[in-house]
Design a protein around this ligand. Structure first.
Ligand code: DGL
Length: 259
């Protein structure tokens, strides 16, 4: 049993979609969530800059005594998790676009991946995509501007709907039957996505899988917290706390801090 917190970080507020899944599956665990909104979006930055920001976030969380780090950001995972695993002594859980289930289930042989430039251009993404791209048409779409709109509180805005329509129309025309959400900000777009996409298109996101993997790794390392009723969830942001509070839809206190 280990009361130390799970550390979770993202370029901003999107990783709270992962925090929700972890909180549901592991109700006894203490958590610290770090939203690096000041530096969002990561998706348009180069690999070295993404690694540097991931180091900064990791070291902050390790200084808070975290027992495991969840990189709740596809862009940081696909560019920096190898570096983090080699250089820090705690387990790391990452998230990357769920190409495999979409590729195995498609009936139209066409799947869409909506993700950041940083994720789609990473070696890790290319490696996974190349395992399926001979048999399945994988259509990549960069979601430029989506994270910026979410980070400025324009989740349900006419601008967002217009942007998503531009990005999704070519995918719909290519007859995709699965859309993989390759960014942890995107699950919050679900109402708009359902509105724009044809009914038969299945939307895949990896949040629950990340929570299950977190539980497995905690068990394997004897790090699960089995003590009940002592739970503490801390949310830290270096951006506007209102944005993250709105997404949490609850009374969790969001603290502003410099990191
Ligand atoms: N939530 C991050 C991800 O999963 C957003 C990346 C960004 O800041 O551009 O990729």
């Amino acid at each position: 049993m280990c009361k130390k917190p799970i550390g979770i970080f993202d370029s901003g507020v999107g990783g709270t979609s992962i925090w929700h899944e972890i909180n549901q599956l592991l109700p006894n665990e203490n958590t610290i969530y770090l939203a690096d909104s000041k530096n969002a979006p990561y998706g348009s930055k180069g690999k070295d800059a993404i690694i540097d920001l991931s180091i900064k976030n990791t070291e902050y969380l390790l200084n808070q005594n975290c027992k495991i780090i969840v990189v709740a950001c596809n862009t940081a995972t696909t560019n920096a998790i190898d570096y983090l695993r080699k250089n820090y002594p705690v387990p790391f859980i990452g998230i990357e676009p769920a190409i495999k289930p979409a590729a195995l289930q498609t009936k139209t042989n066409a799947i869409g991946i909506l993700a950041t430039q940083g994720t789609l251009s990473s070696a890790l993404f290319s490696k996974t995509a190349s395992m399926f791209s001979k048999s399945v048409n994988i259509i990549e779409q960069v979601g430029d501007g989506i994270v910026d709109l979410i980070e400025t509180g324009k989740l349900q805005s006419p601008e967002m709907k217009a942007l998503l329509t531009i990005y999704l129309t070519p995918l719909i025309n290519a007859n995709i039957d699965h859309l993989v959400l390759g960014c942890t900000h995107y699950p919050y777009l679900m109402p708009l996505l359902l509105d724009i996409l044809p009914k038969h298109v299945k939307i895949i996101d990896s949040g629950q899988a990340v929570a299950r993997q977190t539980k497995t790794v905690l068990q394997q390392n004897n790090l699960l917290n089995t003590e009940i009723n002592t739970k503490k969830n801390t949310f830290l942001t270096n951006g506007n706390p209102k944005i993250i509070s709105t997404l949490l839809k609850s009374t969790y206190l969001v603290e502003t801090c410099n990191f």
